[in-house]
Design a protein around this ligand. Structure first.
Ligand code: URP
Ligand code: ZN
Ligand code: ZN
Ligand code: ZN
Length: 461
């Protein structure tokens, strides 16, 4: 059966216009005002924007981390994503030294199978660039469609890789056409500062931020960029939090290098004072990199506006306050790092960005969907509303005012870091490949309906 979306305003990365959309099966088959829709089901989108489904380039579902496991699995996490207007995610597949890459990837497929409500791809972590791994990467990229490789420069003795590993990964990525992603913080420096703080008896959550200074992020960002230039490869810096890192990315881009950056809603609207809250409440705001001094927010917004940063990922890495964040009472190093953002990523960017005049409506679409699809090899199947593209479409009412709260969110976690925040805009309905998954704010999707997306190799957008 065809679907005919009428009276909406289509917004893409380049245009805003009134037109109807005709969907047949999983695809958009026509856009216009005089469509031959036959007996199509009519969907009235009066008063709504039609956005291409959001693509979240950075999630951690069902991931073991910090002595526990993230509280959203591929069902609860992707369902919450759908409520927030996100129809695709790219989740991080972790690897362990000595394990084959294929075995790690199989583990991640198993986590998603039968659970995902929306489409999903994987990035693959590289922790050890030995000869077996470097050889296996060819099949990972070409057969598995995993075309982005993640290297952690922080989390010493846990996930951190050394510069040799990063450099070898960059060289191999250049050969294979993969995009290398870095968590850019100087893990050795952080390790030293952390031990020093604990030795001095400083155990509160805010010391997480004090021991991860912006200079350590700037330094690692600059180092990763230098190695990328040396390898003539391509780099995507995840979760950029501060001016120091933005400056390095801007300088690299001015030189014409293939360097890209992502920030996250938390860095755009929250700041380091959140970690100072009493009664261990600050633990809810422990991210790596940490929340920064407030003035950095202006730098991040203007970097998004000016194209120095291209995307906003959620870095969704949820842990309950009760029983999970609480593991770090009396020792901030034991607070699992991360927070629940997958559902509110789009709304925060719309309400704080578009409504407040910091970015344009078309930039909003570019940042939350189109550029992600282009950078990660999913365009034009994903990332736009166009004839031939997947009918991943969000009906978004920009005029609704509402309050973000744990009482109404759908993430499987017992707090919301944006609790009480007043926002403009609400997701009314969501189609994933032509099928409703949210309809008039009710979930109508299906566990397991989400499909694995094999992605193309890197092409400079
Ligand atoms: O604190 C964070 N960001 N947790 C998730 C893991 C990571 O570093 O992305
Ligand atoms: Zn395989
Ligand atoms: Zn990270
Ligand atoms: Zn992350």
């Amino acid at each position: 059966m065809k679907k005919w979306i009428r009276n909406g305003t289509i917004v893409t990365a380049s245009d805003t216009y009134q037109a109807d959309v005709l969907i047949e099966g999983e695809k958009v088959v026509a856009i216009g005002s005089q469509l031959q829709a036959g007996d199509a089901e009519v969907i009235d989108a009066s008063g709504c924007y039609l956005f291409p489904g959001g693509i979240d380039p950075h999630t951690h579902l069902d991931m073991p981390f910090g002595g526990t496991v993230t509280s959203d699995n591929f069902f609860t996490g992707t369902k919450a994503a759908a409520f927030g207007g996100t129809t695709s995610i790219v989740d991080f597949c972790l690897t362990t030294k000595g394990e084959s890459l294929h075995s790690a990837i199989a583990t991640w497929h198993e986590k998603a199978r039968g659970k995902a409500v929306i489409d999903y791809g994987f990035h693959l972590m590289v922790s050890d660039a030995n000869d077996d791994v470097l050889e296996e990467l060819e099949a990972v990229v070409n057969n598995e469609g995993i075309t982005s490789l993640k290297v952690f420069m922080a989390y010493k003795n846990v996930l951190m890789a050394d510069d040799e590993t990063l450099f070898k990964t960059l060289i191999r990525a250049k050969e294979l056409g993969a995009l290398v992603q870095v968590h850019a913080e100087n893990g050795d420096v952080l390790d030293y500062l952390t031990k020093q703080a604990l030795a001095e008896g400083n155990t509160d959550p805010v010391y997480h931020a004090y021991t991860r200074p912006p200079e350590a992020e700037g330094e690692a960002t600059g180092r990763a960029i230098a190695l990328t230039a040396l390898a003539d490869a391509q780099l995507y810096v995840v979760h950029v939090s501060c001016a120091d890192a933005v400056r390095r990315i801007a300088e690299a881009r001015e030189k014409g290098w293939n360097v890209y950056g992502e920030t996250c809603p938390q860095y755009l609207v929250l700041d380091i004072t959140a970690l100072e809250q009493p009664n261990f409440e600050g633990a809810k705001y422990v991210w790596s990199p940490p929340l920064r001094e407030k003035w950095n927010q202006d730098v991040l917004w203007s970097a998004l506006k000016n194209g120095i940063l291209q995307t906003v990922g959620s870095d969704h890495c949820p842990f309950n306050f009760s029983g999970q964040k609480e593991l770090g009472r009396g020792d901030f190093t034991k607070i699992p790092n991360g927070g629940p953002i997958i559902e509110d990523r789009m709304t925060i960017l719309f309400s704080e960005g578009v409504q407040k005049g910091k970015i344009s409506l078309n930039q909003f679409v570019d940042i939350t969907s189109t550029k992600v699809a282009k950078l990660f090899g999913m365009f034009p199947q994903k990332g736009t509303i166009a004839v031939g593209s997947d009918a991943d479409i969000v009906l978004f009412d920009p005029n609704v005012q509402r309050t973000i709260s744990v009482e109404t969110h759908h993430m499987n976690v017992d707090y919301n870091p944006f609790e009480g925040m007043q926002v403009y805009g609400d997701v009314i309905s969501v189609l994933s490949r032509g099928s409703f998954i949210v309809r008039n704010k009710q979930f109508v999707g299906q566990a397991g309906a989400g499909r694995y997306v094999k992605r193309s190799t890197f092409a400079r957008p």
